[in-house]
Structures are given as C-alpha cells and as structure tokens.
Design a protein around this ligand. Sequence first.
Ligand SMILES: Cc1ncc(COP(=O)(O)O)c(C=O)c1O
Length: 393
Amino acid sequence: MTHEASTVLSECAHTAGTYRKRDVAIVRGEGVWVYDEAGRKYLDAIGGIGANVLGHRHPYFSTELKSQIDLTLSVPELLCNNTRAEYQSALLSLFPPCYDRVFLCNGGAEANEAALKFARVLSQKTPLVALNFGYHGKTLGALSVTHNPKYREPFEPLYHPVHFLPQGNIERLNEVFDGDPPAAFIFEGVQGEGGVRTPESEYVKTVSHRVQEGGGYVIADEVQCGFGRTGRWWGFEAHGVEPDFVVLGKAIGNGVPLSAVVLHKRVGQLPPLAHTTTFGGNPLSCRAGLATIEVMKQESLVEQAAQRGEQFRHLLREARLSNVRELRGEGLMIGVELKERAGRYLAELQQEGVLALLAGPRVLRALPPYVISEDEMNFLAGRFIEVLRNEKN
Ligand SMILES: Cc1ncc(COP(=O)(O)O)c(C=O)c1O
C-alpha cells in the first residue's frame, strides 16, 4: 500500500463520517498549487472552498502570522487587544461609513447564526424570509434558512416559521406579509452552494424594502460571494440594497478561521451577551484578517479576480462545448452548468491535475485563489475544456 493510500484509509476510518472524502492526501501547497503524498501537483480550484484567496504560503501572510504567534494568541473579547482594534478598523474601512461596528467569530454558519439572533432580538419578531436555492450553513438556525430540503428534512422541526421565496414571486411575498411581519430577510449576493446563481436585483430590492418597512432587518450573507470573489468587494453591491447586517467568512481569514457580522449605523444597541464566543476576535485570526486585507490592496486582487474570471468565461465560450448549458457566476466565483450530471467530471479533472467542486448535481464549480496568474488560468480553463469535450454520451 502506498503512503498516500494508507493516509486516506486512516483518515476515513477515524473521521465521524459526515464528509464524502476524495482519495487524495494533500501535504503542502505553493501559490495556487497543492501537492499530494506521491508528489503529484494539482491546481487548487477548491481553494479551501473559497477561503484561500492569497494562495498557499503567501510570504507576507506567513510572516505576519508567525509574528503574532510570538506575541499572543489568546485575548478573549472581554479584554481589548491592539491587533483586534486594528483589524476592526481595517475591515470597516472597506465599507461605506454607514457601517460602523463589527462582531467577530469563527465560521460562516456561526456568523449567520449571530446575525439572525441580532435581527430577532432587536425586531422582537419571529418569522424569517430566505430565497430558494440559498445556503447559509448547517447549525440549527442557519440550516433553518438553508433551502435544500435534503439538508433540512432530517433535522425537522427547525426554526419556525421560515418562508422560502422563489425568485421574482410577488404573490408569495404578499402571502408572507398576510401573517406576522418578518424579523429578517437573508440572501446571498450570488448564491454559491445552491448552484452559482445571481438573484434578480429588483426582487432582492423589493423584498428588502418590504421587510425593513415592516420593522425587520436585511442580512446579506457574503460568506462565499464577498471580499472580492465576484470581482467586486461585496456581492450585495450589485443589487442596490444597503443591508443592515453583512455576514463575512471564508476569504477574510485566507484559511485561518475568521468570520464577522458588520453592522449598519441604523442597527440599534445590542443587548450585552446577546451573542458571544470564546475564540471570537482572537489575535491570530485578526492578524490573518489584517494581512489578507493588506495583500488584497497591495496586489489589486479584486481587480485581478474580475479579469481572471472573465478570461475563464471567454475561453469556455470560445470552446463552444455542446454539453455546457450556461456559464454562471461572476469573477472567480465560477459555475459551469452542464446538460448532464457533473459529478464524474470532478474525478476526470483530478486526473488532469485540477481540484474543483460541485454546486448541485449539474454545476461544476471553481473557486481558485485570487492570485491565479494568466497562464495558470489558461491551464485551469484548458483542463475544463478538455474533460468536457471528451463527454462520454
Ligand atoms: C453563503 C454561505 N453562507 C454560509 C456558509 C457556512 O459557512 P461555514 O461552512 O464556514 O460554516 C457557507 C459555506 O459554504 C456559504 O457558502
């Protein structure tokens, strides 16, 4: 048995079993590339499921993390800390001045959980509104507003009531307001897990206004589509709304667990202890957040995400692949919808040296690091074209 096979077997034997693992054991990374135990090289278009934006082993990022380890790792939020204070300011500086406070935590679902609790306690209302195909995480509250019944049904009864709205459906929206007005409307600027779909701006605007008029709050879940991924800093910008809460995760820590809820000025004072978490705002994560923002600005990575995403789409359009139904997403949030099930192409891509994702049964998804070069994008798009051209129907 190879070393790699033994790592895969060992990990599969000891894991709790909630992941479908691939038969590859990654040992190290460099830029957009990762290497398995046998020394094979892959272009990492999984990118930590959207968390790895600066590539592996970015020198400035690594140096900054090491310097924080030499200072302190553990300063909970009941004490103040210079790195955290600096990070809060740096993060808020990426938003218009009407966003003035931030709650820090560790993962995307947890941050959505916090935002839902904030909306609920401030509005004193119960119902929640979400969009069909939305994904917000798998803790009980976040799961309640996640649309896919496959994830929700084994855990019902969940939070109640939650109204899921089909895109553009005003009748369903009116029905929601026939009952108690909602505490919150949660949406993704570009939906990720649900198939890389961009919601209709007019509908997002209409639902947001109705919910805010009724005394509820609007939550933009930017965990996957935020922080430059779409070639803009924020996914919600395209929809002409000003959310009350902006939820961030994944990319903001470049792989170090870090998430945040950013609060609009119009949001009132939260009750003390309304939500807390031991590791929230820890100095290591905050240092990671600061270094990530610094490199994003220095290397103009938001602009680069827009350009590289356009390059991918251009190359795929030119290839005129007969089994591609639609090219989805924006910037480096890449979805390729097929006319058939997409699963088998993941294995073929892996064989060709590319690690990619699915977003539902028919959509191949790529979330490469923003540092991907023009040549590396040619490689990525070329491998997609090659495997999709060799369809086996
Ligand atoms: C839009 C969105 N929200 C929330 C989450 C949950 O984040 P986490 O897996 O860090 O809990 C995800 C994860 O994919 C996501 O894409």
